[in-house]
Design a protein around this ligand. Structure first.
Ligand code: NAD
Length: 441
């Protein structure tokens, strides 16, 4: 049996510069940008990034073909990335990185010339959607529609000044208040009229997403806000053939959940309760201290276990587990979060056991490589003519976007297989099912 599938997907070469538009120039964005600059100078390694460190097995195990992902699919080179950002605070990327307190001062000093050059553009921001922040570096406009046009002008200028071939946009802005889908989100027409009428159900993040998709720019949402996950944007992504994905980077505690829960389920171990609590002291923690922003985050964090454990399918094991997530703003810890998990599990004959996790993690250190991978993979998807929801990028998100009729896949290992099989598909390589009978025939 041939391991090649029918046909390779045609993928345009990554020629020229790739513009990276970041909404928000906070801890995650600056750790990402500074990290890329440090890696380019040989001051650090891209740990945690699949596009930079990952390999992919092709064909049978006996063939020993395991190229680097970056040699297998044509990705943009780190030297070709050009950064721009919007923020409601006027700090350049160096000042913002110092304030975020993630990377060491000595390292940041070495990167100062590159970081200082990145001045944020004025934000589209309305304090009603992020109650804990007040900023002055903010665009003025009569309507949300006008504000979108201003963003489009910013992007056009960024492209012209830097002679960019392609661009991608990643939401690394604060978590907005909880908003559910309503009529104005139902179609592109309704959304455009709503923007002109300043409809309250259109938060700032949707105005950025609109500008991106309108210009054919791929968009990823790193926060749990609804943003691009509405029918109006699915429609626009389809019409303009733009890849989109989200929501909410899967980094600390939720990453651990989606590693552990599939393992417990694989062994048919029961769960009676999972209590998760966090302390963190960065600006993200401050924003999440507002109950309305926390609600958005909570929804995103809670859905994971339900989907992985399938209580309907396994009522004796998971029919009745108690799941609680707490986030506590605690300034002394800054970006270095501590997350505790207590799992009450049960085994053979229902005998109870416990697992305790104390994860001293660094939020932005875990998030930065995800931003890099999303930039490179979204650009790849666009060059490969893929558009709409990119489910193969679920690997990176706590609340992966799916079409309304599909439930999301949360299991990290299924997500990774989906991602790698998509890359194999793009290159006309056979899918790997791990059946392996042919080794014994
Ligand atoms: N770090 C992680 O592990 C992680 C994981 C999942 C999700 N996230 C999400 O990623 C986002 C960024 O996290 P962070 O730690 O960098 O937070 P941060 O507070 O350090 O940075 C966010 C920045 O966005 C800016 N901002 C807010 N609204 C904006 C708007 N409308 N336009 C332009 N800028 C705006 C803020 O001023 C701030 O500088 C948050 O929503 C967070 O919940 C982070």
């Amino acid at each position: 049996m041939s391991t090649m599938s029918e046909k390779e997907v045609e993928i345009a070469e990554p020629k020229g510069k790739l513009g990276v538009l970041l909404v928000g120039l906070g801890a995650v964005s600056t750790t990402f940008i500074a990290g890329v600059e440090a890696i380019k100078k040989g001051l650090g390694e891209p740990i945690g990034s699949l596009t930079q460190m990952g390999t992919i097995r092709l064909g049978k195990r006996t063939e020993k073909r395991i190229p680097q992902i970056s040699d297998f699919v044509p990705l943009a080179d780190l030297n070709d990335l050009v950064f721009a950002a919007w923020d409601l605070f006027d700090d350049d990327a160096y000042a913002a990185a110092v304030k975020s307190g993630v990377l060491e001062a000595d390292l940041l000093k070495e990167l100062k010339p590159e970081l200082e050059k990145i001045h944020p553009m004025k934000a589209v921001f309305d304090n009603r959607y992020v109650k804990r922040l007040q900023g002055t570096h903010v665009k003025q406009g009569k309507t949300k529609w006008d504000l979108a046009q201003q963003l489009i002008e910013d992007i056009e200028q960024f492209k012209a000044v830097n002679d960019l071939e392609r661009t991608v946009m990643i939401w690394c802005g604060s978590t907005e208040i909880f908003i559910t889908q309503s009529e104005v989100h139902g179609s592109l027409e309704a959304l455009e009229s709503g923007m002109k009428a300043n409809d309250d159900n259109i938060p700032s993040s949707m105005i950025y997403a609109y500008a991106a998709l309108k210009m054919g720019i791929p968009f990823a949402n790193g926060a749990p806000n609804l943003t691009v996950d509405i029918p109006a944007f699915l429609e626009l992504a389809e019409v303009n053939q733009v890849p989109i994905c989200g929501k909410d980077f899967k980094t600390g505690q939720t990453l651990m959940k989606t590693i552990l829960a599939p393992g417990l389920k694989a062994r048919m171990i029961g769960l009676s309760g999972w209590f998760s609590t966090n302390i963190l002291g960065n600006r993200d923690g401050e924003v999440l201290d507002d109950p309305e922003s926390f609600k958005t985050k909570e929804e995103s964090k809670l859905s994971v276990l339900e989907h992985i454990l399938q209580p309907d399918v396994y009522p004796q094991l998971y029919g009745d587990f108690y799941h609680k997530v707490r986030i506590n703003y605690y300034p002394p810890r800054r970006d270095n979060k501590e997350g505790w998990d207590n799992l009450d599990i049960f085994g053979w004959l229902g005998y109870p056991m416990q697992i305790k996790i104390d994860f001293l993690c660094r939020d932005s250190i875990l998030a930065a490589p995800l931003v890099l991978d999303l930039v490179l993979f979204l650009d790849l998807a666009k060059r490969a003519g893929m558009f709409g929801i990119q489910e193969w990028l679920s690997f990176y998100f706590k609340s992966p976007m799916t079409p309304p009729e599909l439930y999301p896949e949360h299991d990290l290992f299924i997500q990774l297989m989906k991602l790698k099989n998509t890359l194999r598909y793009m290159r006309g390589e056979g899918q790997i099912t791990h059946l392996g009978r042919d080794y014994y025939e």
